[in-house]
Design a protein. Structure first.
Length: 260
């Protein structure tokens, strides 16, 4: 397929004119063996050109199989964390850690060492127990032992088509939100703060940054809401009207308007 695609933020456009969306491992093997340069892309949640190529791009979004066996789940490369969590929850299972955004692919999140959160929780890649990838000659390689160095591969290993991850029993979580915390309260106590819960995140509310607010007002922007959580195209702030409406997935939405 000849087309140009961009990353999720539309801040970078890939150079490749040929974008393929295979539905099977066999299709991927054929594409790889028949091309001189190939790179795979997931949900394109990157600001860099690390996945760019002047050859062929293989978009894995159509590969969405999920299978569970005991305390392990195997996902195909197009499965997102949002899709996987719903599937596991229905079976009373869960991952130990998650990306902050549901639309990130599991394979991509692991391959890039996406962090998750929690002082005592390993990043997303630490859950991986095995993977299958298509090598440069089109062969399918399976790794279940000695996978260190292969999981966080940044796309250099080959086209990863499947990953197997460890899962555990599902669990409930409560979220406590502390507002208006001064930065000075963290001085000398940062480790204590981040160890206070299973998962701890710190966010800056841009309404408190006077220079940022002034700059947006000078540009004719109006802001409603609090820190952006859902970063997909449909909810990102954009010019074109007399206001920006920001939706927030996790924290309660507080209407707030900055305008003369």
């Amino acid at each position: 397929m000849s087309q140009r695609i961009a990353n999720w933020a539309e801040s970078f456009t890939f150079s490749a004119s040929n974008v393929h969306r295979p539905r099977s491992v066999a299709e991927i093997q054929s594409l790889v063996s028949g091309s001189t340069r190939v790179k795979a892309i997931g949900t394109r949640h990157s600001f860099s050109r690390i996945a760019d190529t002047d050859g062929d791009l293989v978009c894995l979004e159509k590969m969405c199989g999920i299978s569970v066996e005991g305390t392990k789940v195997t996902v195909e490369a197009g499965v997102t964390f949002g899709q996987l969590c719903w599937h596991l929850h229905g079976m009373g299972l869960a991952l130990h850690n998650l990306a902050s955004l549901p639309h990130i692919s599991v394979v991509g999140g692991c391959a890039t060492a996406t962090h998750g959160s929690g002082d005592k929780n390993g990043n997303l890649a630490t859950a991986v127990r095995g993977l299958d990838f298509v090598a440069a000659d089109g062969s399918l390689v399976s790794l279940t032992d000695n996978i260190d160095g292969a999981v966080v591969n940044l796309g250099a290993l080959g086209v990863v088509v499947r990953m197997t991850l460890a899962v555990g029993p599902s669990f409930e979580m409560r979220q406590d939100v502390y507002e208006d915390l001064p930065l000075s309260a963290l001085e000398g106590r940062f480790d204590e703060a981040t160890a206070a819960g299973y998962s701890v995140s710190l966010f800056t509310d841009w309404r408190q940054i006077a220079s940022t607010i002034d700059a947006f007002q000078a540009g004719g922007w109006v802001y409603r809401g609090i820190f952006v959580w859902d970063k997909t195209q449909g909810v990102r702030p954009a010019m074109g009207g007399d206001e920006i409406v920001v939706h927030q997935q996790v924290l309660q939405f507080f209407p707030h308007r900055f305008a003369p």
